[in-house]
Design a protein around this ligand. Sequence first.
Ligand SMILES: Cc1cc2nc3c(=O)[nH]c(=O)nc-3n(C[C@H](O)[C@H](O)[C@H](O)COP(=O)(O)OP(=O)(O)OC[C@H]3O[C@@H](n4cnc5c(N)ncnc54)[C@H](O)[C@@H]3O)c2cc1C
Length: 411
Amino acid sequence: MAAGRAAACGAPVLLLEKKDRLGLKLRITGKGRCNLTNATDMDDFISHFGPNGRFLYRAFSRFFSAELRAFFAARGVPTVVERGQRVFPASNEACHIVDALHQYLDENRVRVQYRAPVTRLLTREGRITGVQTGMGQTLSSPCVILATGGASYPLTGSTGDGYRLAAEVGHRIVPIQPALVPLETEEPWVAALQGLSLRNVQVSLLLDGRLLAREFGEMLFTHFGVSGPLVLTLSKRAVAALAQGRVELSIDLKPALDDEQLDQRLRRELEQSGRRSFRNILKALLPLRLRDPFIAFTGIPPDKPGHQITSEERRRLHRQLRDLRLTVKSPRPLSEAIVTAGGVDINEIEPRTMESKLVQGLYFCGEVIDIDADTGGYNLQAAFSTGYLAGESAAAAWHQWAARDGDADVR
Ligand SMILES: Cc1cc2nc3c(=O)[nH]c(=O)nc-3n(C[C@H](O)[C@H](O)[C@H](O)COP(=O)(O)OP(=O)(O)OC[C@H]3O[C@@H](n4cnc5c(N)ncnc54)[C@H](O)[C@@H]3O)c2cc1C
């Protein structure tokens, strides 16, 4: 987006890509469907980024979700809005988003050099002068846009190079850590539930028993712990909390029922199926695969008939349904995170242009900046918006430079 926009604004652009293809990460976003943005209003959108969200206000004011959707529609990729205002290509194919961006590069005659990792930013007297690549090339330019992404899913090319490159020219890097990351849990019984997805549950994040956050939605058990949209959303706070104490997840399997209603439901189940065993009755209350852990946790003999279950046992079952507890051990590694938190300090980037406040002619966009958001299309919109703004700002700077001391060679 940055390269295309800079070229559309009249600058000669060379895009240096480390891999042999562009947009490898983009192709796997949204489980291959690409949740490219969200149709909510700007204030709500920005709130999904936490305190750093305000940095994006200028970029979003310039190019937001409506403009992004129009951009893709104009290139033959109409979009649709789904649950939670998430926006996807109508074709459900992330590769169509990549194709449209390729088309944008072609329309504006951006040259692309593949297998060309940038290894160094070149500066002189506080100005960018060019870059060096891994093949020993030195390329001169008065403007460079750093769009190297984060440090997760490194096979897609985002290996965190941008953090080092920016630090070498003096930028402060807010320590990077996984955000939107699956969580490893301590309980051994979890592994047996691998693949089980729970819908319409509520999960509370607890630090030393104190409530930190609560989310409603869908989660997934894995061989190491838990994942799924709800867990990913809670994960950044869970990672931060791990440094402070014991972190737990409390799963409420019946969030739609208040305590009174849940108690009535349990009484009904136990009375109606009086002669059936506890094991059988659980079928009506739980996903099948949760039955064995529940029998163990409640301590109720599996063969005990419903009508013999005591009120104390019923209360234990009630508590378990409300509060299935998991202890968080650690996040999965950064390489498995959907997004990298941390990055180039926003205080050192001019939000109206995306230019570095330290190095003239250097611009940043996307995940390399210290911004990250919940799932829902927010992260990609931030990358597109900051890319668009960085592209046109760099082009404007290039025009000024060309008018002042540019020479024909650069064109
Ligand atoms: C599995 C998965 C699913 C996701 N799904 C969604 C989703 O549905 N919606 C959403 O909003 N977000 C999603 N995200 C997050 C989103 O993909 C990223 O936030 C976004 O791609 C960041 O864009 P970027 O352009 O900054 O970086 P990237 O997309 O990571 O692109 C960086 C590019 O820079 C290149 N590069 C890196 N270093 C160098 C170098 N030294 N020299 C030259 N080139 C270099 C890389 O090869 C790559 O092409 C998902 C992420 C993952 C991992």
